[in-house]
Design a protein around this ligand. Sequence first.
Ligand code: HEC
Length: 179
Amino acid sequence: MIKVLVAGLIGTVAGVVAMIIVIVLAGTTTSGASSVGIGALPLSTAALSSGPASTPTSTPTSTPPPDTGGGSTGGSTGGASGNVDNGKTIFTGSAGCGGCHALAAAGTSGAVGPALDDLAGDAGKAGEPLDAFIKSSIVDPGAFVASGYPDGVMPTNFGTTLSASDINDLVAFISSAQK
Ligand code: HEC
């Protein structure tokens, strides 16, 4: 009988131990599962934020192109926004540029000032990009005086007598008329 009781006790203890193990395992599994669940949320949050994170990444990536594009856009916008035809009309007409300047594209042969077909050299001497040089030569002729030509002969008031868009158009025209 005692052996039977002891065997029963052992069986009971073993059963209890087994239950505890199962409960602990279950608890562990549960907490493991819940921590996986919690982990999954941050993971998906991270996935979500990595979406936006990659968007900013692609935004800076796409930002340099605008800069580069900005640079080339600025350049080509200067040319594109300037109305070449209107620039030619102003050059040959109201502003009287053609009376003093030869420019093949305008069909003018004035000789008071230098021919304007090839300004890259003087732009380089002045240390300015071509368009900027043409513009400053129009609004401030004394800033750079072409060698062999007199200062103070070209009117200095084009910056006020011509509108900003007309000057833009002139620059676009002269720039497009370069050899
Ligand atoms: C009365 C004559 C006269 C008129 C009008 C005139 N210019 Fe000039 N221009 C000159 C003379 C002279 C120079 C050279 C001296 C100097 O650089 O300031 C010159 C220089 C320039 C230059 C720089 C050339 C170089 O190689 O450095 C540009 C560009 C120019 N003129 C554009 C124009 C435009 C555009 C107009 C019309 C809006 C115009 N000019 C009207 C006489 C004139």
